[in-house]
Write a protein that binds this ligand. Sequence first.
Ligand code: ATP
Length: 214
Amino acid sequence: MRIGMLGGTFDPVHLGHLRSAIEVREALGLDKLHMIPAPQPPLRDTPQVSAVQRFELLKAGIGDTPGLLADDRELHRDGPSYSVDTLSELRQQYGDKVPLVMVIGFDAFLRLARWHNAEQLFDFAHLVVISRPGYQSPWPEALKELVGNREVSSVQSLMHNTHGGLLMLTLPSLMAISATYIRERLQAGKSVRYLLPESVEQAIFKYGLYQIDE
Ligand code: ATP
């Protein structure tokens, strides 16, 4: 068994998230990929759309996609959402014998050294970083220090252990879609068709989300 976690604000979930989730699950041979919205992302402003609504959009977006799981565990936790706490919970849930992987995009990776107890992430899980169009910058010094010599060059070497490794991965479908771009278009009354699943677009219009500048 191999388990993955893809955390995020999902404000709202889009095809960049979902297509990457499918491809990373295939590339790593994951049985399950938990997609986990953060109610209070520590390093950004509080989203205008509630965590429960973002979770509902995520559920609608995933639909019946095999292996992808909309996971609301961070919604039941008080205070800021720290990934290290989520990984510790997943580790307890699945036990010590299974490889556990945290998946993040390259943009998030560049800020990793600023995360709460960042060095502890590797005590629980591997880190898999997926490339994202538009983000290609040298690693900050603090990040190099944090990563040390953890990087491996293949899925096979990563999966020799249950945690503690780093793999940089370029997935086949690179999508230059961001939630920021979608929110901007919705606020401007412009089309977001084909940037996110139709089910998510329908829910956004049904509940009138993102369309008014508050
Ligand atoms: P925002 O524009 O509001 O910052 P976002 O589109 O970056 O949002 P998040 O919810 O912050 O989405 O992202 C969750 C995770 O998914 C992060 O690790 C991020 O790097 C990754 N991610 C988001 N969009 C893409 C994409 N198009 N391709 C690959 N990874 C992505």
